[in-house]
Design a protein around this ligand. Structure first.
Ligand SMILES: [Zn+2]
Length: 348
């Protein structure tokens, strides 16, 4: 009997471009959603675009979340249960989007993603990453029914959020290498389509690095498209593997060791320089990754991340303790080797 099967969940509509936020109402109509929308946002995005979003609905409710946490998800679920919304509209960055995604999954209602910053690929994917205590939970949920990304709004987000989104995409290079390694050594399920799409997304972004500059709406367009295709790669794979390998484990460890110091994408980017070195050695592609990050103004050193050399070594040597996937770091890297890789690559 033939036993292979797949179930790919994708957003039904993706709207990206200048002024697209004003098409949100039309995009929602097109999804045949019914009931009252609950707009989940955080203070700044609410100020920037809350009224423009609410103006497109009859009787919208709004919930403001201040942090991404399990408590915030619980609180949002309570709020939603009182309002009984037909669907959720997440407006903002990672916090409202991750929180709304998890709450929507629990409430069994659809959600629409309206990112106001191109800061990471979670704006399109079905994955949520929520910190809890000193760890971080990656939770599988359905991807948004629609993504509405207005380049006119994205371009006004703080520049470092955009470079973090770029670095998150550049880290796809090593994520795919780790995925292939896991296939070879652990017979992990691997998708050629998803791996190729993820790599191509990183390549296209790097090739456009010259057009990624502060204040240039073209930058938001390039990064927005890349985040969408990275999200599609994750949808095809049915996991975050195409966009998350050892460099993401390094980033998760830094979140624990030096919380709040650096952005997710920036940490993954620096992690990618080092894990590429571990994959292919001194003459490998790590310099290309470092140069690509530098070209778009993303950090390439501990100093630029705002963390100490010791934090980097601790994150590298402890990344294997996160056991959710096989990567180049799974066997563990000892301290001497970690110092060697971080020093040779110029990270410390
Ligand atoms: Zn990421």
């Amino acid at each position: 009997m033939f036993e292979k099967s797949t179930w790919i969940k994708l957003p039904r509509s993706v709207l990206l471009g200048h002024g697209m936020i004003d098409e949100l109402g039309a995009a929602v109509d097109d999804l045949y959603l019914s009931g009252r929308p609950l707009i989940v946002t955080s203070p700044t995005p609410n100020e920037v675009a809350g009224d423009r979003v609410r103006a497109q609905f009859d009787d919208p409710a709004t919930a403001v979340v201040d942090e991404a946490s399990f408590d915030a998800v619980e609180e949002l679920i309570d709020t939603a249960e009182a309002i009984d919304p037909g669907y959720l509209v997440a407006l903002g960055g990672g916090k409202p989007i991750d929180t709304a995604k998890m709450a929507a999954d629990h409430l069994n209602v659809g959600f629409v993603s309206v990112p106001t910053a191109a800061s990471h690929d979670g704006i399109v994917s079905g994955r949520s990453s929520i910190p809890e205590g000193d760890t971080r939970h990656s939770v599988a949920a359905d991807p948004p029914l629609a993504v509405i990304a207005d380049t006119d709004i994205l371009v006004d987000a703080p520049w470092e959020l955009t470079t973090a989104g770029c670095a998150d995409i550049i880290s796809n290079y090593t994520a795919v290498k780790d995925w292939r390694l896991a296939r070879r050594l652990r017979n992990a399920e691997y998708s050629e389509y998803a791996g190729a799409l993820s790599e191509m997304t990183a390549e296209l972004l790097v090739a456009s690095a010259d057009s990624i500059k502060p204040g240039l709406e073209e930058s938001a367009w390039i990064v927005g498209k890349a985040l969408v295709s990275s999200g599609v790669a994750m949808s095809i794979a049915g996991s975050s593997r195409p966009a998350s390998g050892a460099e993401h484990l390094f980033s998760h460890q830094l979140d624990r060791i030096a919380p709040g110091e650096a952005l997710h994408g920036h940490q993954a980017g620096v992690g990618s320089i080092m894990t590429e070195y571990l994959h292919s050695g001194e003459d490998g592609q790590w310099t290309a990754i470092r140069d690509a990050l530098a070209a778009i103004d993303a950090p390439t050193t501990a100093d630029e991340l705002g963390v100490s050399d010791e934090d980097v070594i601790e994150a590298l040597t402890s990344a294997h303790e996160i056991r959710d996937r096989y990567t180049i770091l799974s066997g563990g890297v000892n301290e001497e080797a970690a110092i060697e890789v971080a020093t040779t690559t110029g990270v410390i």
